[in-house]
Structures are given as structure tokens and as C-alpha cells.
Design a binder for this molecule. Structure first.
Ligand SMILES: *Cc1c(COP(=O)(O)O)cnc(C)c1O
Length: 379
């Protein structure tokens, strides 16, 4: 022990003296900053696409007790079921996953993105998506040393630039194409036929990321059999259970079995398995919440459209993207924060999101607070 302490203190001394230690960390990792989550204590939190209905407080008392009973049966001295078979069967049943498709579960869909990119990672591999798009695709590509190509969406409405997509697919022969459907951070659904064309043209896998399926009018889940290279990925996060960390990916069995080889054996913990099964057995509660949020989205959309100086983009998700046309977006963001409302400032992320802010749909009173604060900030 004393020896170790000495070593540490010598190291600390040399660091203090400005002697740089050689780090084994790759330069591109050193250049990153860790994923930043904004401080939100006591704020109206409308920045992260979370569901505002607190679980389990949103449940009737009797159901809360039932859930606790279920948790009491957990045996945390044992490893969880490595395949989470009961949970996978529940997901298949509740979401009508086609019988011919298999399911792989992830610790959030973020972990599934990791599995997918790890499976194809090679010096010449390319992962293709669109910009603006979901930030984790390029991040995870970088972690895996895979080249990431993002095709810009059309600036006026964030729809797919099909000419550019065709060209990029032809040129890069991507191993995986990721399309969030609806897209984050823009909220729109891409045209269905254009997505089909991309699936047809792509030489590798096409992952349709349906993180916002609960709020969207369309899905590719029922169409897995039509496209052998199609994978549909979803998550419980946006439908009310972000704290559980559970994502699922549905695809042809031969494809799922490859991903299963690189999945860490116990990636879905016992408490998540039990809680998710319980929650999905009461799916109607989650569905009612999603419907209520869609109604709130409609109201919010109308109120925002009525405010002068805003360009509001259509949304099939639980958030709305809008552009402040006359005021500096970061100033508006800061004013909202001053009023205790936290949303997301996207204005500095890419050229096409200049002036853009994104607000997550919350409870009626939270949305009211946001709208009032926004009116003040624009006023
Ligand atoms: C939120 C989000 C995810 C990640 O969800 P987790 O399951 O919480 O990891 C994946 N894709 C998109 C497009 C998202 O917006």
C-alpha cells in the first residue's frame, strides 16, 4: 500500500510541475468532450424528449403496489436472463413484431446503435445518415473508427435530398444506413416511398430508427419481410420509461443472430426486465399518455404558429422544432432559461438549423409556462 501511494503522489507532482504524461487515449477521443446533459434542477424540463408522466407515480395506487410486488421477486444475487426471453416475448406480442422477425434488446437503443456499428466496423466501412440527424450515429461511428457520411437534408423542409442520397449510396456503398423516422431533431417523417427506394438501393443494412413511433402516423415494423436488409429499431425511452434504458431491434433472424454474438451477455438488467414486462402488460396507460401528448402537440403547434416571427416545422414526434426569424435564437433560449424553462438550443449546431430551437411536449401546465415565457422572450 505505501508503495502505491508514493507512486501516485510522484505522478501527481510531475503533473503539477507541468510534465505531460503520455496518454494512451486516441487523439480523436481526446478531442471530444463528454456528452453534455444540461443542469435542470427545479426547471420546467422540456429539452430531452422525455415523457412528462412520472413513472410509477402516474399509476393508480393498486398498480404501484403490484409493480413493487413484482420487484420484490427479483433475485439480484443472480445474473439476469441473458436473453430476456419473457420480455422479448412480451415486446413481440404488444408491438406486433412479425413472426418471421427476431428481436435483440439493448440497454437503450443507443447500445443497439453501438452493436450495429461494431458489427460492420472495418477500415473501409462507411455508415451513412442524414444531417441534421441523431447525434449518436456519428459519435458511435467515431468510437468504432468507422467513417461516417451525412447527406444534408433539403434546407426548406428537411426532406430527403434523393439525388444526393442516391449518389452517396453509389459512391460509399455504406454498410449501414440510419434513418430516424420521424427524424430527430427535425421531427418530420420522410416520404415513405423515398425511404423504400433507399432500402432497395442500399447494399447493406438500413436501420429505420423509430424512437418516436408512439407519436407517429407511420412505421416500417410490419414491413420487415418485404425487405431482407431492413432493421427497425425502437425504444421505451420516449414513451415514458427513459430511466429503464431499453431499446429493441427487429430484423431477419440471420441478421439478429450476428448482432447477438457481440452483445454483452447481461446487457438488460433484472430490474429493467421485470419493470418493462410489467409496464408493457399495462400498455394502455402508455398509449393514453402518448395520445394526450399528441393532442398537446397539436395545441402547441397552433399556438406557436400564431406567434409572429416564428417558423414552425411539422412534427410527428413528441417535440417541435421552430426557428426564431427576427430574434437571436440563443438569446431567446437564455431568456426562457431565466424564466425557468429549459428547451434545446440547436442554432449553433449546423448551418441548416440556424435560428432553431427544439421544445419537448410536456404536461399542459408546463407547455403553458413555456408558451408564456416564449411570448415574453419574443415580445
Ligand atoms: C432518443 C433517441 C434514441 C435513443 O434512445 P435510447 O433508447 O434512450 O438510447 C435513438 N434514436 C433517436 C432518433 C432518438 O431520438
Amino acid at each position: 500500500m505505501p508503495v502505491r501511494l508514493k507512486t501516485v503522489s510522484r505522478r501527481m507532482r510531475s503533473r503539477a510541475a507541468g510534465v505531460s504524461m503520455k496518454t494512451p487515449v486516441r487523439p480523436e477521443i481526446q478531442a471530444l468532450s463528454a456528452y453534455h446533459v444540461a443542469e435542470a434542477d427545479g426547471m420546467v424540463k422540456l429539452d430531452a424528449m422525455e415523457n412528462p408522466y412520472a413513472w410509477p407515480a402516474c399509476l393508480p395506487e393498486a398498480l404501484q403496489q403490484q409493480w413493487l410486488e413484482v420487484l420484490r421477486q427479483a433475485r439480484l444475487n443472480r445474473y439476469p436472463d441473458p436473453h430476456a426471453k419473457r420480455l422479448a416475448a412480451t415486446i413481440r406480442d404488444v408491438f406486433a413484431v412479425p413472426a418471421a422477425s427476431d428481436i435483440v434488446l439493448g440497454n437503450g437503443s443507443d447500445e443497439l446503435i453501438h452493436l450495429l456499428i461494431t458489427a460492420v466496423a472495418a477500415p473501409d466501412a462507411v455508415v451513412l445518415s442524414v444531417a441534421p440527424g441523431f447525434v449518436m450515429y456519428p459519435m458511435i461511428a467515431l468510437f468504432n473508427r468507422v467513417k461516417y457520411v451525412a447527406v444534408p437534408l433539403l434546407a426548406e423542409d428537411f426532406s430527403l435530398d434523393m439525388a444526393a442520397m442516391r449518389e452517396a449510396i453509389e459512391q460509399y456503398q455504406p454498410k449501414v444506413v440510419f434513418l430516424a423516422y420521424p427524424n430527430n431533431p427535425t421531427g418530420n417523417l420522410f416520404a415513405r416511398q423515398q425511404v423504400e427506394e433507399i432500402i432497395d438501393r442500399a447494399p447493406g443494412w438500413v436501420v429505420i430508427d423509430e424512437a418516436y413511433a408512439a407519436f407517429a402516423a407511420d412505421s416500417f415494423l410490419s414491413r420487415l419481410r418485404e425487405f431482407p436488409n431492413l432493421l427497425v429499431m425502437r425504444t421505451l425511452s420516449k414513451m415514458g420509461l427513459a430511466g429503464l434504458r431499453l431499446g429493441y431491434l427487429c430484423a431477419a433472424p440471420e441478421l439478429v443472430s450476428e448482432l447477438d454474438k457481440i452483445r454483452l451477455p447481461y446487457n438488460i438488467n433484472s430490474l429493467t426486465q421485470l419493470s418493462a414486462e410489467f409496464a408493457l402488460a399495462h400498455r394502455e396507460i402508455l398509449d393514453q399518455q402518448a395520445s394526450a401528448l399528441c393532442r398537446q402537440r397539436q395545441q402547441m403547434m397552433e399556438r406557436l404558429q400564431d406567434m409572429p416571427g416564428l417558423q414552425v416545422f411539422p412534427s410527428q414526434a413528441n417535440f417541435i422544432l421552430f426557428r426564431t426569424q427576427h430574434k437571436d435564437a440563443s438569446g431567446v433560449f437564455a431568456a426562457l432559461k431565466q424564466s425557468g424553462v429549459l428547451i434545446k438550443d440547436l442554432s449553433a449546431t449546423t448551418e441548416s438549423l440556424k435560428g432553431c430551437l427544439r421544445v419537448t411536449i410536456g404536461l399542459a401546465d408546463e407547455n403553458e409556462k413555456f408558451l408564456a415565457a416564449l411570448e415574453m422572450a419574443l415580445g
